[in-house]
Ligand binder design. Structure first.
Ligand code: NAP
Ligand code: GCO
Length: 266
């Protein structure tokens, strides 16, 4: 049956950074597909504040505070999940930050901080979660990469370096863990309307015009667009997809760009 392919009712999912944005959208879709949903973040207030939003969708979300860059906190958090909810079947390494600063102005510690959260964090969490997946000979790991895994742009050197690295970490995880029937893939959004992009999307920021002209779909993505694609990578339907980068970008990576007005529909 087709819907059996996307039935996650016997699965436990951890979505890091699930209190809002793309993480919440992914967690909601996986929850609606039947998975038991666990989310973390660094802010207890934000985690408490999102519980009702999940409840509205019929999802009893399990929340805990741990910083993905802190090995001890990650170990304690995953141990708690394994004890109180169950071994994690689906891990979504979604937690991430960005700092938009030109290289010459960027403090080394700020560069390292972005790398720590966006690249080392997925390494730490995956390394702690995967032993039970290996034992079970089954698991799904989804790493939130980006179109910046392929492109640089002015002021996002740390972020693009981390997301480029995460693309290759995804491939290396595949080389080491696919033989245990674990599928590890990159989920790579284009420009999505969340808090993270609000500074370059709102208030008439010129970057908004760039995204609108460079994206063939002619719109910003919504978190739900990414969530829906995550369901495929979390389900049986992707059991032979591994080390892949699934772009959810409205076609931006396919498009070099065009001159406004050359398109008769402009
Ligand atoms: P967001 O709104 O800034 O949310 C980021 C989430 O990560 C928050 O829930 C935050 O929770 C959590 N987080 C940050 N640092 C953490 C840490 N050290 N430990 C644990 N949790 C941490 O971001 P978003 O736009 O939803 O993006 C989510 C992911 O998609 C990120 O990896 C981002 O790089 C990627 N992405 C976004 C876009 C886009 O256009 N928005 C495009 C491509 C890729 P707290 O607030 O509790 O810390
Ligand atoms: C930026 C944006 C991007 C998005 C996303 C694009 O400043 O260019 O924040 O980095 O977050 O990663 O896919």
């Amino acid at each position: 049956m087709i819907n059996e392919l996307f039935n996650l009712s016997d699965k436990v999912a951890l979505v890091t950074g699930g209190s809002h944005g793309i993480g919440m959208a992914i967690a909601k879709v996986l929850g609606k597909a039947g998975a038991k949903i666990c989310i973390n973040g660094t802010s207890r207030e934000r985690l408490d504040a999102c519980i009702d939003e999940y409840k509205k969708e019929g999802i009893d979300v399990y929340t805990l505070v741990f910083d993905v860059t802190d090995e001890k906190q990650v170990d304690e958090g995953i141990t708690k999940i394994e004890k109180e909810v169950g071994a994690i079947d689906i891990l979504v390494n979604n937690a991430g930050i960005i700092k938009r600063v030109p290289i010459l102005d960027m403090a080394v510690e700020d560069f390292k901080k972005v790398i720590d959260v966006d690249l080392v964090g997925p390494f730490i969490v995956s390394k702690r979660v995967v032993p039970k997946m290996i034992e079970k000979r089954s698991g799904k790991i989804i790493n939130l990469c980006s179109m910046m895994s392929e492109y640089g742009r002015y002021s996002v050197s740390a972020y693009a370096s981390a997301k480029g690295g995460l693309k290759l970490l995804t491939q290396n995880m595949t080389c080491e863990w696919a033989k245990y029937n674990i599928q590890i893939n990159g989920l790579a959004p284009g420009y999505i309307a969340t808090e993270q992009t609000a500074p370059i999307r709102e208030g008439g920021h010129p970057f908004n015009d760039l995204v609108m002209t460079r994206t063939p779909a002619g719109r910003w993505g919504e978190p739900e667009d990414v969530g829906n694609a995550a369901l495929f990578l979390a389900s049986k339907a992707s059991d032979f997809v591994n080390g892949h980068m699934l772009y959810v970008d409205g076609g931006i990576l396919a498009n070099f760009g065009y001159v406004k007005g050359e398109n008769e529909t402009d």
